[in-house]
Design a protein around this ligand. Sequence first.
Ligand code: HEC
Length: 155
Amino acid sequence: MGPYIPIMVLVAAVGLPSSPVFGADEAILKPRVPIGQIEEARTWINPLPATEETIEKGKKLFRGKAFCVTCHGKDGKGFGGDIEPGTLKGPLPRNFTDKEWQSARTDGELFWILKNGSKGTAMAPFIPLILTEEEAWQVLRYVRSFATEEQGAGR
Ligand code: HEC
């Protein structure tokens, strides 16, 4: 027999899922920007048009110096089913090809995440240490391109 460890200590050490009431989809669609800041974040608009050139710049950053690709994958689907939930701290990376998720978020909310990260998850802040604001808008044009078949994954 091993040493006796009270069960409450184990629960406290491992932690409990943050929102057991939500199903997978609802948990993903739930806004990530705190309630007190979301109204302002939603007013931020991507100043860069969705041209081939901008998307290409965003793709270079995504796969290059901003290393988004290491967690979000070339196909934008994140680790998907490849990784056991709980291996990463917090929820898994997004599936960027999910149109429902794409339409649930404004550009401003995504920009807020790049500035502040998503608390309690592996998604860290990238502005200003790794990305300038302009580069962040470029990378978000690329993130948006995963929503359309022709762009994103296959490009
Ligand atoms: C270390 C792993 C990691 C890296 C590197 C990373 N992400 Fe994430 N990202 C995550 C995780 C995990 C989530 C899910 C967070 C959540 O559920 O709140 C996420 C979520 C997101 C979201 C969605 C937030 C939302 O509102 O639903 C966006 C957009 C995003 N990442 C963009 C990027 C971009 C762009 C980069 C590169 C500049 C990047 N990420 C780099 C792990 C990462």
